[in-house]
Every structure is written in C-alpha cells, then in structure tokens.
Design a protein. Structure first.
Ligand SMILES: Nc1ncnc2c1ncn2[C@@H]1O[C@H](COP(=O)(O)OP(=O)(O)OP(=O)(O)O)[C@@H](O)[C@H]1O
Ligand SMILES: [Mg+2]
Length: 227
C-alpha cells in the first residue's frame, strides 16, 4: 500500500487493486484551537474525530448509494478508520462546491452588507478553488469555463448534483430535528469511466448544522444523527 497524499484531515493510500484508501485522522480544521469547517489549517486534534467523521461519511454515502447518486464510495472499516474509494481525478487542482441554506461563514463575511446572519438562502450553490495560499477563492461558472477548469455544461451537472446531494443530507438531518445551514462537497471524475462522482467525505467537518438555533460540533453531530 503506497501513501500518495497526506491531507489536513485524511491520508490517502493507493491499494494493490488500484482503488484508494482514505484514512481518517483525529485532526480537524480551525484556528487557535477553535473548530471551523471553513478553515484551511488544522486547528486542533480531537480524540474520536476521525471515527466520528468516518461514521457520518459512511451513513450519508450509503443513503446516496441507495438513491443511485454516483459517488466514489466502495466500503468503510470503522475499526481501522478507513474507507475504500474509486480513484478520481479532480477538476483543475481541486474544487469545493458549497450549498447554502442560511447565511453564515464566509458568505456572511463577504456579503454582510446585504444579508443578515442566518438569513434563509434557497440552496445557493457556490464554487471555490482549493487553494490554501489564496484562502480558497470563490469562482463563477464563467470563470471556471474561461480557465478551462470546467465547461459550462459540466458546471450545470455539478450544481445539480450538489443541490440533490445537499437536499438528501438536509432531509436526513431534519429527521433528528437538526437544520443544515451549509455544506461543502468535492467532486471528481472516475479515473476509468470519466463519470462525475461525489468524492471525499460528508461529515461534521464539512457542514454547519444547528439544533434549536445552536451550532452542533462535529462529534456531537455524529451522536445525534446516528443515535
Ligand atoms: N476518490 C478520490 N480520488 C482522488 N482523490 C480523492 C478522492 N477522495 C478524496 N480525495 C482527495 O483526498 C484528499 C483527502 O485529504 P484531506 O481531506 O485531508 O485533504 P485536505 O487537506 O482537505 O486536502 P487539500 O490540501 O487537497 O485541501 C483531498 O485532497 C481530496 O480531494
Ligand atoms: Mg479535505
């Protein structure tokens, strides 16, 4: 097994059969010891964060599989904190696609002159470039097309899948009385078939979820959702 990448929250290995293995760590993003799903640095280590992230990821990817939504998910081994996935190539040097239901985080920081904190947004989709040095800049569909990162047609596919997947997560959380404010997804192309797939993870680390108006930390979210 060959390690091909060491990320902020996961390590990536290539298996003998060509599939990838994602190994979930206890590191979470944030700053100065405070968790922030929008941050680009490892802010703190939380015992159990890797396992909780994997459990939630497995939960959501299993639901998506049942619904026939294309993802990289093959299987997960909770004891080993690993997930086997189909290898994908990313768009450009990697994109994040955000779906927003309420104005918080970077959206509020950017557009605070025009929105109130927590104001409802109608599944608003935004794409950002994965570029830590430049604080993951947002980019329009036209910008993605112009820079040859995505065609306008591929953008539509990505935006549609993002609304569909985020809706699935939102609905599942709602069953536990939890409201999804925003969520960040990653996509890639299946290295063999070229099909656009949801990749990476879906955990407390890449969404903001609230219960009774109070933000729920990733470890707590796992307990509430899987209870
Ligand atoms: N199926 C897949 N095929 C290829 N790469 C994948 C797949 N699923 C996830 N990845 C990538 O594996 C890495 C997982 O590591 P982690 O989430 O810790 O990275 P990160 O620190 O967020 O990474 P980055 O520095 O790229 O932002 C990410 O770069 C993600 O894009
Ligand atoms: Mg990541």
């Amino acid at each position: 097994m060959k390690q091909i990448y060491s990320g902020k929250t996961k390590d990536v290995y290539e298996l003998e059969d060509g599939n990838y293995l994602l190994s979930f760590k206890d590191d979470v993003t944030g700053e100065n010891g405070v968790f922030d799903p929008g941050a680009n640095t490892v802010g703190l280590t939380m015992e159990g964060a890797g396992e909780a992230g994997l459990r939630l990821t497995q939960h959501f990817f299993e639901i998506l599989k049942e619904k026939g939504i294309p993802t990289h998910y093959i299987d997960a081994d909770i004891a080993k904190r690993t997930m086997t996935v189909v290898p994908a190539t990313v768009f450009g040097k990697g994109l994040e696609v955000i779906c927003r239901y309420r104005a918080v985080g970077s959206f509020l920081r950017r557009y605070g002159k025009y929105v109130e904190e927590g104001q409802p947004l109608d599944a608003f989709v935004e794409v950002t470039l994965k570029d830590d040095d430049r604080q993951d800049p947002p980019i329009s569909a036209e910008g993605l097309d112009m820079l040859n990162i995505l065609s306008l047609e591929e953008y539509e596919t990505l935006a549609r899948l993002t609304r569909e997947i985020s809706g699935v997560v939102k609905e599942d959380l709602a069953k536990k009385g939890i409201e999804l404010y925003d969520i960040k997804l990653e996509f890639g192309r299946d290295a063999k078939t070229n099909e656009i797939l949801l990749i990476d993870e879906i955990s407390g680390g890449n969404m903001r979820a609230y219960k009774d108006g109070k933000y729920i930390e990733p470890l707590e979210l796992e307990k509430l959702v899987l209870a």
